[in-house]
Write a protein that binds this ligand. Structure first.
Ligand code: ADP
Ligand code: MG
Length: 703
């Protein structure tokens, strides 16, 4: 099969709607369809029948186990396998009941919950999400699931995302109906570009920091890394190409439509992207893809690193979210159309998105914040740490004209604006009109949010974006209705609200270089909020306007918001605590011993010089003596700074308030870690290569 065309095995491990029909009765199939469409309940008898169909299909394909696959607040995925095998009067048989399909109770107390389960109910459970198909991976049936507390609070990334999709559907459908009465629903499309690094497994295993933190906490930059830009889009190394082909084959079997693959900017950095799809599918498939890539890498003795900044000094990795809205009549609402009315519709949605992004700029940036991403954001090569939207020159011209239009008594200005609206070309911007320095860029028929971290669950970003846009579209509809009720013509009313929204969004609209220092200052003058500190950025979730956004759209309750912020702060602290311990251990167990061994060599050389050459040794061993002194100074600094790091950590740990503790980690502890690293990296340059116990950047980063 695998030797045939991809289409011959694409999706063979997916329990798709088509397959489902073959394995269950029409009424059971209908129950699944209803559940997908309206979230309708599936009764016990139906659930048994669906489970039985799923089991037969899975067993035929060699599956022995099943598990709910859910997306807890850790940001990754969780699974607990159960065997189909059971015994009936001592006889073996495969069993899978409806109740096991619908609900599972992992011993969930060890997943982060931000106090939700403590306050409400001790247990959480995972529940089948019929909107996403089950798949088989390595002999296990994976059932996509949500993870909630017994009182229904969201304990995962998926639930708020599903709720945000509903809110956005309702709000977008109402606005789309202003243009076309036939629209009955709007869905969100998402295309996720996944960047990653590959490292040889043996070298990886020789780096405790990569093993425990997924990033190097020390390491001097390689003399050559990405400065020649010779890796980006270069020929894919054959070892990597074999790996790519293998994981793509597995992904195809799971129905993941991977389309592009290429080298990225940094050495040993790569990217893949599927054809975009409906948002829930896109996110579930991305989470699955990350699992598959790691599994396949093992066979190639490679390690996939999804961390946002595994290597200091070279580019980090992101997960670009290509996001758009589509009606059930097949219209992409972010694609400029051929007719004036279509363009007005496009502008309505465009203006609503940019207004949402402006209104919630800090919250959107907070949604991508994590310890890992904090090492990447705002760096020269990554998206800037402050929000802005790039629209391209064609659209900017149209916006200017609309904004110039003073009021409706000035008929000529209205006319001029309408003429410009009419002249928006169908495909904008062209490829020359791309701005890679913008965190939120319009790329012709979609927005591309580039700040999400490569290891993140994209739902953490999209539920915020969806909610913010839903709120904006609701407001758009409200204002248009108000004007029409007052007797305004529909298209003029729409244009007036577009103008208001563009004007409200103007602070975030920026066409220039997002990396420049002028823009950083300008952004602050415009009232935008740059991320200067991650725990501080998290506080955007606690702002009244954020709480109002999430509660009004039904995406999160105040309790759920608070729980999430607590989990984010705690995760930040724990991860940084691990990094701080690891850097301390590496310095004491690897760096200092290696440096002392080399001092020993130098000392023997100096002593030998003295014995053989007498006083002349001072001249002859000058370099050795200087080197010895330099190394001694760095060793002493390192020992002192490592102790100071332990003290900083202890001081932070004494703080009982989690926000204060996270802030202390993000300042004192982080600063002390940089101090330690500086000495260690200097020593790496001074000590004999043969004595250096850790693989260096030039070894890790090049195949
Ligand atoms: P680039 O690197 O130029 O940004 P890629 O081809 O790597 O482009 O990735 C673009 C991603 O955007 C793909 O996943 C693609 O399917 C997706 N995409 C294209 N059109 C849309 C759309 N209308 N809505 C959402 N995603 C889209
Ligand atoms: Mg892109």
């Amino acid at each position: 099969m695998e030797n045939g065309p991809v289409s011959s095995y694409f999706g063979q491990h997916v329990f798709s709607l088509e397959t489902m029909q073959k394995y269950m009765s029409a009424s059971a199939f209908q129950a699944v369809l209803n559940a997908r469409k309206t979230g309708g309940k599936i009764d016990r008898k139906m659930a048994d029948e669906i489970a039985s169909g799923m089991k037969s299909w899975a067993i035929e394909r060699g599956a022995t186990h099943y598990t709910h696959l859910f997306q807890p607040l850790t940001g990754s995925t969780a699974e607990k396998h159960e065997a189909f095998l059971s015994l009936k009067d001592g006889d073996p048989l495969e069993r899978f009941k409806g109740s096991a399909l619908v609900q599972q109770e992992p011993d969930a107390s060890s997943f982060p919950n931000g106090g939700l389960r403590n306050t409400f109910e001790a247990r959480g459970y995972s529940a089948w999400d019929p909107s996403s198909p089950a798949v088989i991976l390595d002999g296990t049936l994976l059932i996509p699931s949500v993870f909630v507390s017994y009182t229904g609070e969201a304990l995962d990334m998926k639930v708020p995302n599903l709720r945000s999709i509903q809110a956005l559907d309702a709000a977008a459908t109402a606005v789309a109906k202003l243009f076309d009465g036939k629209v009955t629903s709007v869905s969100v499309n998402l295309g996720l570009e996944q960047e990653y690094f590959l490292v040889d497994e043996a070298l990886y295993n020789a780096r405790p920091d990569l093993q425990l933190c997924s990033r190097t906490v020390i390491g001097h930059t390689s003399a050559k890394d990405q400065q020649l830009s010779d890796h980006y889009f270069g020929a894919i190394p054959s070892r990597v190409a074999l790996f790519m082909k293998d994981f793509e084959t597995e992904a195809y079997k799971l129905g993941i439509p991977l389309q592009t693959r290429h080298n990225e900017v940094a050495p040993n950095q790569f990217e893949c992207a599927p054809v975009f799809s409906e948002i829930t599918t896109a996110i579930d498939q991305n989470m699955l893809l990350m699992i598959v890539m790691q599994k396949v890498a093992e066979k190639h003795h490679l390690k996939v690193i999804f961390h946002e900044k595994p290597f200091q000094g070279v580019n980090g990795s992101g997960k670009h979210c290509n996001w758009s809205l589509q009606t059930d009549t097949g219209v992409n609402l972010l694609s400029p159309g051929k007719t004036p009315m279509k363009n007005l519709q496009f502008l309505s949605f465009y203006a609503s998105v940019v207004r949402a992004v402006c209104k919630h700029d800090a919250l959107l940036m907070a949604s991508v914040c994590s310890l890992g991403n904090s090492y990447r954001l705002g760096g020269h090569e990554a998206p800037p740490a402050v929000m802005s939207v790039f629209s391209g020159s064609t659209l900017s011209r149209v916006f200017d004209a609309i904004l110039r239009m003073e009021d409706f008594s000035e008929a000529s200005e209205v006319q001029q604006s309408i003429e410009l609206v009419n002249s928006i070309p169908e495909i904008i911007p062209d490829n020359t009109d791309r701005n890679r320095t913008s965190p939120f860029a319009f790329t012709g028929n979609r927005f591309e949010f580039r700040a999400t971290g490569s290891s993140a669950n994209a739902a953490g970003t999209t539920f915020v974006l969806n909610a913010a846009v839903a709120e904006s579209l609701e407001e758009f509809h409200r204002r248009v209705s108000l004007l029409v009720d007052r007797g305004e013509e529909m298209d003029k009313a729409i244009l007036a609200v577009i103008r208001d929204f563009l004007s409200e969004a103007s602070p975030v609209m920026f066409e220039g270089n997002g990396y420049s220092s002028e823009w950083q200052e300008e952004a602050v003058r415009r009232g935008l909020t740059p991320v200067t500190n991650v725990p501080l950025a998290f506080q955007a979730f606690r702002k009244p306007e954020s709480i109002q956004l999430f509660t009004r759209t039904g995406v999160l309750t105040p309790n759920e918001i608070e729980a999430r912020v607590e989990v984010q702060e705690e995760t930040y602290v724990k991860k940084l605590q691990i990094e701080a311990r690891v850097i301390g251990d590496i310095c004491l167990n690897h760096v200092i011993p290696a440096a002392v061994s080399y001092q020993d060599v130098l000392m023997r050389s100096i002593q030998g010089g003295k014995e053989v050459f007498g006083e002349e040794f001072k001249q002859l061993c000058k370099a050795d003596i200087e080197l010895y002194r330099k190394i001694a100074a760095y060793i002493n600094a390192l020992a002192q700074d490592s102790q100071a790091l332990v003290d900083a950590r202890k001081k932070a740990n004494r703080m009982t308030d989690m926000t204060s503790r996270a802030l202390c980690y993000s300042t004192d502890v982080l600063r002390q870690m940089e101090q330690v690293r500086d000495s260690a990296d200097h020593l790496e340059m001074l000590v004999d290569d043969a004595l250096w116990p850790l693989p260096k950047y030039r070894e890790l980063l090049f195949f």
